[in-house]
Design a protein around this ligand. Structure first.
Ligand code: AMP
Ligand code: MG
Length: 329
């Protein structure tokens, strides 16, 4: 794939996401889905730490000066409750990163505490940890941000098929480089196939995606928009930026994320890779008021409330429906 001017960055990131996704799948099969609780009560598993350590290690080797802004840190692993998890983590990394010992693995996880700057990487090692635990969708999400704009986005999707072709049930990577298009490549293969959003122009026949976890969104407002648009089929519930890959591949038209509270702000690693992939596949991504996502405001999307992602053709219909609902309430 032509990733000019980011060829080296893309090649390193693709290798890291591919190996990270395979590692996560392997951990789910052989180590299991046991989760610890973080300070905010959200679950974290061996896979979250292992993938973060692996990707951080690859990026540190190739681009030692680049900050990494990632979801996890090693705080729980350094405490006594984390001892068993740390042992499982070291065992899981034995073949993928055999040179990491218990100190260096903690340091690699903590590389994710980098500060966003002019150029940095952002990583969600297991986006959709709840999906991972449940046996549903999850992805490894990595993006390079330069000057506040996403330049490279990759989603390693171990449980997602992006085509109906036989043999494509092994999992896929969706990826994009700014101005170079969006592609899928099998987790096992090396053939890049272009991704293109759907050409659906009618909201009635649109397929709509939302978070599996109902408490991640304002469900009443979501249902009101779907009703206003006259969408006929039931929304599909899906964890993580697997939703973004599905829209980029033209297998659904709309993703609507209305935060449960007005003050909630999404994390940059939950939107960066997916938004570039949809845009490069010909779609559109904005917040609920139509503003572009601003990746220049730190670890959170501080200037954006919610997310609308679409095939482009149906975008203004969603923004209009949201405005109508806000005016009514
Ligand atoms: P999704 O499955 O699309 O909701 O995306 C999963 C992401 O939602 C996780 O990576 C979390 O960062 C994020 N998340 C966790 N709690 C919430 C919440 N209460 N509201 C919105 N997003 C959340
Ligand atoms: Mg996430």
């Amino acid at each position: 794939m032509n990733a000019d001017p980011w060829q080296r960055e893309f090649d390193v990131a693709l290798g890291a996401v591919r190996d990270g996704a395979l590692l996560a799948r392997d951990i789910r099969e052989h180590v299991g889905d046991r989760a610890l609780l973080k300070a905010d009560r959200s679950p974290v598993t061996v896979a979250d730490f292992a993938v973060q350590a692996l990707v951080a290690h690859r990026l540190a080797d190739a681009f030692p000066g680049d900050p990494l802004v990632a979801e996890e840190d090693a705080a729980v692993l350094r405490g006594s409750a984390g001892r068993t998890t740390l042992d499982s983590l070291l065992a899981a990394l034995r073949s993928a990163a055999s040179d990491l010992d218990s100190n260096s693995v903690l340091d690699m996880v903590d590389r994710g505490r980098g500060v966003p700057g002019e150029r940095f990487w952002t990583l969600d090692p297991v986006d959709g940890t709840q999906g991972f635990v449940r046996g549903d969708q999850y992805v490894v999400a990595l993006a390079l941000i330069v000057g506040g704009r996403v330049q490279i986005g990759l989603l390693g999707c171990p449980k997602l098929s992006l085509s109906d072709e036989p043999g494509d049930d092994y999992g896929a990577i969706a990826c994009a480089v700014r101005n170079r298009g969006a592609f899928r490549v099998s987790l096992a293969g090396h053939e890049f196939i272009p991704l293109r959003v759907s050409s659906c122009r009618d909201t009635h026949s649109a397929q709509v995606l939302r978070s599996f976890e109902a408490d991640h969104i304002d469900l009443d407002a979501f249902n009101a928009i779907v009703r206003t648009l006259g969408v006929e089929s039931q929304p599909t519930l899906m964890d993580s930026q697997a939703k973004h890959a599905v829209i980029a591949a033209g297998r659904a038209e709309l993703l609507i994320r209305i935060p449960a509270t007005k003050s909630f702000r999404d994390k940059i690693w939950d939107q960066a890779a997916g938004s570039l992939i949809i845009e490069e596949a010909g779609g559109r991504v904005t917040d609920l008021r139509g503003a572009r996502l601003d990746f220049e405001t730190g670890r959170l999307l501080n200037r954006n409330e919610g997310v609308v992602a679409s095939n482009g053709l149906l975008h203004t219909a969603v923004l209009d429906a949201f405005r109508g609902i806000m005016t009514e309430s």
